[in-house]
Each structure stands twice: as structure tokens, then as C-alpha cells.
Design a protein around this ligand. Structure first.
Ligand code: PLP
Length: 459
């Protein structure tokens, strides 16, 4: 499989060549040259690991021993059960897909656990080392650290806003004692952390000395790994291969729901991809009006992993909408830089055909949805999942099963659960006392020079 850039000016590359990279050299994102087509009858009945092998082999066809790496990743030990992503039926035709049974209790584990094994193998084969520099407001950083801990040849430097994460999130990251994990608490906000990553990456001389890698959600391996559970959920929710289902997806960077779009393009019978936003509703506005307008300040909400104004994977979807015309994508993103917006309302029929519908959920909606789901079904859902359920139900159609993706466990967001239910969320036993464990982190000023000095000085 060859990969091409959404901006149309980078040479096609194989999967192994794009694995460690972020953006393509022309500033675009890599996408497969075409979407592989699958036969559902050949996939139904497979275990999660077998399904992942079958689907990922289509995208990662030049990875040696892919099957071994996939089987090493998707184990009951790492994800709580052989099912990896169990489907929980709330009532006939309404399901929750549990994606948060990995080590950090959020869906990002499913892709990052695989990514770490792919990285490790490639670095070992080429005798290379890699420094991963990332910025996190919570879930991505911990999923990346738990995936990369102890991996040979990989060091992780994770920037987070000092004193701004929840006590649980802080403890989850900072209590890791692995020598290759470095937590840098930046005196600033999340945007400052992201700017520091950009500033370090912009220093060509520094980059030449240090191989700096990215684990952000534009990495194609992450998208491909996420497409697998849409198939898993489909087979669990249907009896026959002709039935249609819809998915509701709480969205921020557009990575999770874009993976659903990929599954649909591969032949999975998905009726609607229901995109749910929180108060940061840039994507909902796009799907309702055709205008993508990103120049809005990000609001801090009680579903913080969706607090994003520029959805990085969205460019991949726009590339498809405009008929894979890289010149057009370049022009749209030039306009976005200049005007802070672009308009694609002329493409409304393509948007409709792509299956996307959308909606928005606020703090009050989150609380009332958590409460309603608990009262009706006895299930406690996290605030992000609640956003997805709220918007999903608004778009629910009779006779089409609705599968709501559960993206995190409620234990990560105890404050909101207390506000909604007046009780503590349950926590997995192995995380009892997490906040009391010794923590390892260093506070750094909001200064790229300081970050570079730490990377240089770390043995
Ligand atoms: C990252 C995250 C999201 C948003 O997913 P995207 O792929 O960025 O759209 C939603 N919920 C939780 C809990 C997350 O960690």
C-alpha cells in the first residue's frame, strides 16, 4: 500500500516509511492511495486480535512480523479481556462500545499500545533511537507514556501544563518510574506546551542532532488501529452482513470518527457517523453550515479531551470531499491561515453521502445524560461518552442500531461524576491509592531553550 499526501506535493511512500513521521514534507497528512475493500463474511466471527491482523495487514503490508506485533498488543492482560472492546447492550438497538479498558482508561490506549510495538521493532531493526516530544492536557500523554515505558531506543519527553491537570491525570503520568519517561510540567497552559513542541521541532540543527518523533493523532498507524473496533462493534451488534448500524463518537481532533469513516469506505455498512462536540463546536458548525471556522478561543469544559478548535485529522476528510484534489486542499488551508475559515457549502451533497451528521452537548447536557443513563440502565458513563450518547440519541433512527463509543472510564473524571450522581465513580482495583504514589516530574519554564537543554542533558 502506498501513501499519498493530502496536499498532493509529496512523493508516495510505503507504510514503514511514514511510521515515525508526522506531517508529509509538503505540510499535508498521509492517506492510503486507495481504501482496501473487505469481505465482511471473511471477518465475522474472528477474535479481536485476528480481526486486527486481517485489517491492519491491508494498511501495513510492509511491516515484518506484523501479526506477532498485533498479537503481542491486543491481550487480555493489557485490555482486561480477550474481547478488547466489549459491546454492552443498554436496550435492544442501543449499545455502548467499551474502548477504555486499557492501561490508562481511555480509548487512546488501543492505538498507542500498537504504535509503541511498531516503533520499537522499526528502531531495533535499523539500530536507531527516537525521542518522542509531546504535549498533553491529559489523556494522550498518559496513553503514550504507558505504551512507550521501558521500550528500547525510545525516550519520551511529555510537556503538560503545571498544576492544570486533574489530580488523577497527574498521578497517572507522574507516578511512572521508568527511566525512559520524562514528565516536564510547564509553567503555562496547554497551548504553551503545544507551542514549545512546535518551537523545538522548528530548530533544524537541534532536530538534526536528535531524532524527534511524534505520537499525535495524525499518525496513520493510530487511525488504522482505530478502524478495527468499528468492525468489532458491527459484528457484535448485528446478526447479518447486510444490516446497517450508526455510530456516535465524542470528537475533538477528528481522529476517532475519521477511523469510522475509513471503516465505512472499506465496505462496513455504516448508516450515520454521528459526530458529537462539546461547547467547542467548530466541527458541529461545519457539518450544519459547510463553513469551517477555527479562529475561536478554546473553552475549558468538563469533557476536556474534546477542547480543541483545530481538528488535525479533518484535513483527511476534506481531501476526500473535494475529490482527492491536493491543489484544492492547499488552497483551502491557505485560506484558513489567512481568514481563519473556509466554506465548503457547495459540497453539501458529498457531506451527506459521507454519512456524517452532528450535534453539540453542553455541561448541563453532560450531567443530565450521565444521570439519565445511570437511572435507566444502571451504567455510569464518563463526560465525553455522555456527549456522544446525548447527540447520538438525537439522531437515532428506528431499526438502525446505534453504537455509542465509550472513550474513557468515569474514574478519570470523578468531579463531574460527583456533580451528576452525587457519588464517586468506581475505580479499577489496581489504581487504588494512585494519587499517593511517589511522583517524578520536573517543573520547567515556558521556554523552548529550557526544554532543549533538558533533552540534551538527559542521558
Ligand atoms: C482524545 C479523546 C476524545 C477525542 O477523540 P478525537 O480522536 O481527538 O476526536 C474523546 N474522548 C476522550 C476521552 C479522549 O481521550
Amino acid at each position: 500500500m502506498n501513501y499519498v499526501s493530502t496536499r498532493g506535493e509529496a512523493p508516495p511512500r510505503r507504510f514503514s516509511e511514514i511510521l515515525l513521521e508526522g506531517l508529509a514534507p509538503d505540510g499535508g497528512l498521509y492517506v492510503p492511495e486507495s481504501f482496501p475493500q473487505v469481505k465482511l463474511s471473511e471477518l465475522r466471527g474472528k477474535t479481536y486480535a485476528d480481526l486486527a491482523c486481517a485489517i491492519l495487514a491491508r494498511f501495513m503490508d510492509d511491516v515484518p512480523e506484523l501479526e506477532r506485533l498485533v498479537r503481542k498488543t491486543y491481550t487480555a492482560q493489557a485490555f482486561g479481556s480477550q474481547e478488547i472492546a466489549p459491546l454492552r447492550t443498554l436496550e435492544p438497538g442501543l449499545h455502548l462500545l467499551a474502548l477504555s479498558n486499557g492501561p490508562t482508561l481511555a480509548f487512546k490506549d488501543i492505538a498507542l499500545q500498537l504504535l509503541a510495538n511498531l516503533f520499537e521493532q522499526k528502531l531495533e531493526a535499523q539500530n536507531l533511537t527516537l525521542d518522542i516530544l509531546g504535549a498533553t492536557s491529559g489523556d494522550t500523554g498518559s496513553a503514550a507514556e504507558y505504551a512507550m515505558r521501558g521500550k528500547r531506543g525510545i525516550r519520551v519527553f511529555m510537556l503538560s501544563p503545571h498544576r492544570r491537570m486533574s489530580a488523577f491525570q497527574r498521578a497517572q503520568m507522574f507516578s511512572l518510574q521508568d527511566a525512559n519517561i520524562h514528565n516536564l510540567a510547564v509553567e503555562g497552559v496547554f497551548d504553551d506546551c503545544q507551542d514549545l513542541v512546535k518551537a523545538v521541532n522548528a530548530d533544524a540543527a537541534f532536530k538534526a542532532r536528535h531524532r524527534i518523533g511524534a505520537v499525535n493523532s495524525i499518525n496513520w498507524a493510530r487511525v488504522a488501529a482505530q478502524a478495527v473496533y468499528y468492525f468489532k462493534a458491527y459484528f457484535a451488534a448485528t446478526a447479518r452482513d447486510a444490516e446497517q448500524v450508526s455510530f456516535a463518537v465524542p470528537s475533538g481532533n477528528f481522529g476517532n470518527i475519521y477511523a469510522g469513516y475509513v471503516a465505512r469506505r472499506m465496505g462496513l455498512p455504516i448508516k450515520n457517523l454521528v459526530l458529537a462536540c462539546n461547547e467547542n463546536d467548530v466541527l458541529d458548525r461545519f457539518f450544519r453550515t459547510g463553513t469551517y471556522r477555527t479562529r475561536r478561543p478554546v473553552t475549558q469544559t468538563s469533557s476536556p479531551s474534546m477542547d480543541i478548535s483545530r481538528a488535525s485529522n479533518f484535513e483527511r476528510y476534506v481531501f476526500e470531499l473535494v475529490g482527492r484534489d491536493g491543489a484544492r486542499v492547499r488552497e483551502l488551508w491557505r485560506r484558513l491561515e489567512r481568514d481563519g475559515e473556509f466554506d465548503l457549502s457547495a459540497f453539501s451533497s458529498q457531506v451527506r453521502a459521507s454519512g456524517f451528521v452532528s450535534g453539540k452537548s453542553t455541561h448541563a447536557d453532560r450531567l443530565s445524560t450521565i444521570k439519565a443513563i445511570f437511572q435507566k440502565y444502571g451504567a455510569v458513563v464518563d463526560p465525553h461518552t455522555a456527549d456522544g450518547v446525548k447527540v447520538g440519541l438525537e439522531h437515532r433512527e428506528p431499526l438502525v442500531p446505534l453504537i455509542c463509543l465509550e472513550t474513557a472510564q468515569p474514574a478519570k473524571f470523578a468531579e463531574t461524576i460527583r456533580a451528576a450522581l452525587g457519588r464517586e465513580p468506581q475505580r479499577p482495583a489496581e489504581l487504588a491509592g494512585l494519587e499517593r504514589r511517589p511522583q517524578r516530574f520536573q517543573v520547567v519554564p515556558n521556554d523552548a531553550g529550557a526544554v532543549k537543554r533538558i533533552i540534551e542533558a538527559t542521558p
